[in-house]
Design a protein around this ligand. Structure first.
Ligand SMILES: NC(=O)c1ccc[n+]([C@@H]2O[C@H](COP(=O)([O-])OP(=O)(O)OC[C@H]3O[C@@H](n4cnc5c(N)ncnc54)[C@H](OP(=O)(O)O)[C@@H]3O)[C@@H](O)[C@H]2O)c1
Length: 235
């Protein structure tokens, strides 16, 4: 029987219409953020991206690492994407910096949590508590950014592979599979549609907590996955 959450996808929701590209926000313009930006731009999306510096200081970095992405103030990262059903923002800031990210910046959006915990990071207290209790970090992120609908995705593939891993030219089921977990089914579907439009085969794992298998200590991290590798982990 077909798993309903992984039934064939409807036409890509929110895919950019000719002349009016949908915009995705990205917080963090480092290795991961710029790799996501490049692939989104190649797929026809607009990208608004922010780091800690003023947009003017970010522009040169973007001409090298994500040409075509628009540098914005962090507080404006969701300003344009909100025009598309509330919008989507990818969180690509190191977890140790998350207390510097104002939840108001991403309020009302689908927040794609692409972050991971690394041993040497000094985490915000609210996140450290979750790690100590052995809870999935995305659950703490969702609680902290309560005004957004958090979905775990994009954290388990390296920036160094990301451009090549996105294969828009292949049929969806032959592409690299990426896991998506989220408690809000519509938000999860939105993130899946985005990943498909970027050139991946998105696989729903179900609720946010199921995304734990995508974390660095989990069985799926940084592996070139196919749909059948992910489906046994779906809840
Ligand atoms: N690298 C990968 O392959 C990869 C893949 C998937 C997921 N991830 C995850 O993504 C996160 C970022 O990793 P990374 O490798 O991209 O790190 P990175 O190269 O160090 O880049 C971090 C970026 O976050 C920005 N930043 C820091 N604090 C910020 C704030 N308060 N507001 C806005 N931007 C802020 C930094 O800006 P400044 O330069 O101005 O400080 C920088 O642009 C980590 O959690 C990592 O585990 C990484």
């Amino acid at each position: 029987m077909t798993d309903p959450q992984n039934a064939p996808m409807p036409p890509v929701h929110g895919s950019p219409a000719p002349g009016t590209p949908e915009v995705v926000g990205i917080l963090g313009a480092g290795r991961a953020g710029t790799a996501f930006a490049r692939v989104l731009l190649k797929a026809g999306y607009g990208v608004d991206i922010a780091n800690t510096r003023p947009p003017k200081a970010l522009r040169h970095h973007l001409t090298i690492h994500a040409p075509g992405a628009q540098a914005v103030e962090p507080a404006d990262v969701a300003a344009r994407t909100r025009a598309h059903d509330g919008g989507a923002v990818i969180l690509a800031v190191p977890q140790e910096e998350l207390d510097e990210v104002d939840p108001a910046w991403v309020e009302g959006t689908v927040l794609v949590d692409a972050t991971n915990t690394w041993q040497d990071e000094i985490l915000p207290t609210w996140l450290e508590g979750a790690v100590i209790r052995g809870e999935p970090t995305s659950s703490a992120v969702a609680e902290h950014f309560a005004g957004a609908r958090t979905v775990k995705a994009l954290n388990h593939v390296s920036h160094s592979e990301f451009d090549d891993a996105a294969q828009l030219d292949l049929p969806v089921t032959q592409r690299r599979a990426l896991g998506v977990a989220g408690d809000d089914a519509a938000a999860r579907g939105r993130a899946m549609a985005l990943l498909e439009a970027m050139g991946f085969d998105p696989v729903s794992l179900g609720p946010l907590a199921a995304g734990e298998v995508l974390q660095p200590e989990g069985p799926l991290f940084n592996r070139p996955l196919r749909r059948e590798d992910l489906l046994p982990h779906a809840r």
